[in-house]
Design a protein around this ligand. Structure first.
Ligand code: SF4
Ligand code: FES
Length: 275
């Protein structure tokens, strides 16, 4: 008897290449399957957490094969190939699930411009303390700023200085000015550790991460929030400023090694729900 695969595969097109991916997978994971060094940059997405869609770094262009609205017939171009109807604006890859025939562009001009704009906004109030930051060398913001940023700042207004050295609990210290409000730590505490203790207060550029009144980040998995924070905002109180990674940042192999290490940490992260 033929053993049938329990995972249904569908074909989508990523940057002109047809690939088979499991049905329902999101575009960040689909692009990883496409391989060849392709990656959709992202901060808030984590495969083990719910989708928040709040960092907006994972923008891609998305299109579907066109059909006539009246007849349902495929709309063909002059070569007899079905036309692709591209959405007028980029969409976030983490919250877009692959569907048959979907077309994705991860490197078009509009996508590059979107990432560039998101990076510029994220850096508006971010301190330039990479030389002393514990996360330097394995910081997603540092890496993606180098790869997708403008390379210079156009911000001439007064920077908004947020709180430093905020103790969230006995083991974790927050440098709020480094936080990019991705909410990974919030969702981790609520969904994995089972303790809903973190949240954001205030709005816009004044938004800050904090514990709910009367609560602290004290659960047994609190140090894992330091691991999944993509930047250096959450630090281990015992470890902070004790040791820095070596950082020959110009070396691509160093970048690759660091990124693989971060991927491994993201994937593993001792994500077993507490009893
Ligand atoms: S502290 Fe880190 S994980 Fe938490 S919201 Fe800020 S950037 Fe994200
Ligand atoms: S990873 Fe998609 S919006 Fe953050």
């Amino acid at each position: 008897m033929e053993i049938q695969s329990i995972v249904e595969n569908i074909t989508i097109n990523i940057d002109g290449q047809d690939i088979d991916v499991p049905k329902g997978i999101n575009i960040i994971e689909a692009v990883k399957i496409a391989g060849k060094g392709k990656e959709v940059p992202h901060y808030c997405y984590h495969p083990k957490l719910s989708i928040a869609g709040n960092c907006r770094m994972c923008m891609v262009e998305m299109g579907m094969p066109m059909r006539d609205r009246g007849t349902g017939e495929a709309v063909l171009d002059e070569n007899g190939v079905q036309k692709i109807g591209w959405m007028p604006k980029p969409t976030i890859a983490c919250a877009t699930n692959a569907s048959p025939g979907m077309h994705i562009r991860t490197n078009s001009e509009i996508v590059k411009e979107s990432r560039n704009g998101v990076t510029e906004f994220l850096l508006i109030n971010h301190p330039l303390d990479c030389p002393i930051c514990d996360q330097a060398g394995e910081c997603r913001l540092q890496e993606f700023s180098a790869e997708h940023g403008r390379g210079y700042s156009r911000f001439i207004e007064q920077k908004n200085v947020k709180p430093k050295r905020t103790k969230l609990g006995s083991r974790v210290t927050l440098d709020d000015e480094r936080c990019i409000l991705c909410s990974r730590c919030v969702r981790f505490s609520k969904e994995i550790a089972g303790e809903d203790v973190l949240g954001f207060v205030d709005r816009g550029t004044y938004s800050t991460l904090t514990c709910y009144p009367g609560k602290g980040l004290e659960h047994n998995y609190s140090l894992n929030t330091v691991d999944i924070c993509p930047v250096g905002a959450l630090t281990s109180t015992d470890f902070r400023f004790k040791m820095l990674l070596p950082r020959p940042l110009s070396s691509p192999s160093f970048h690759d090694r660091r990124r693989r290490a971060q991927d491994r940490r993201d994937a593993a992260c001792r994500f077993t729900s507490p009893p």
